[in-house]
Design a protein around this ligand. Structure first.
Ligand SMILES: [Zn+2]
Length: 144
């Protein structure tokens, strides 16, 4: 197992442990053989979204209450968190799919190419190999 394989396996394991599903993807670049990697996503059900939103809302308000007892900061932080609670909660409840990130071997040098998380999933994703600076297009494996 190469260092790149180990890195790919390690990242994949972290995302899988976080509840993400692996979407097989192809890494393509001009003049190179296609390699296969994975993008990790999690789809949130209606109930999941409601639960996550409520948890964030409650957490932010609890934090706001805690700051009521902190001198000076109590003028700013609790009102800000009071407002932020429902705003953040509505954002979270609107998030149907979370992208954790993706990883696959570079078509040219074989190094692990990491796709950033927290992005909107729009195929093909564009990434650059950190070792050989090859521009790589990442798209779902055809026929899926
Ligand atoms: Zn490379």
């Amino acid at each position: 197992m190469t260092a790149a394989d180990a890195e790919i396996a390690e990242r994949s394991a972290v995302w899988t442990a976080a509840g993400a599903a692996r979407l097989p993807v192809e890494l393509r670049a001009d003049g190179c053989a296609v390699t296969i990697g994975g993008v990790f996503v999690r789809d949130w059900s209606e109930a999941d979204r409601r639960r996550r939103a409520l948890r964030w809302w409650a957490g932010l308000w609890a934090l706001g209450i805690a700051f009521v007892f902190v001198p000076i900061l109590h003028f700013v932080v609790p009102p800000a968190l009071l407002v932020a609670g429902p705003i953040v909660a509505s954002r979270i409840s609107g998030t149907k799919r979370t992208v954790f990130g993706g990883v696959g071997p570079c078509p040219r040098c074989g190094a692990a190419v990491v796709v950033g998380g927290g992005i909107e999933l729009k195929w093909p994703l564009r990434e650059t190999c950190g070792r050989c600076y090859l521009a790589v297009a990442v798209a779902p494996v055809r026929g899926l």
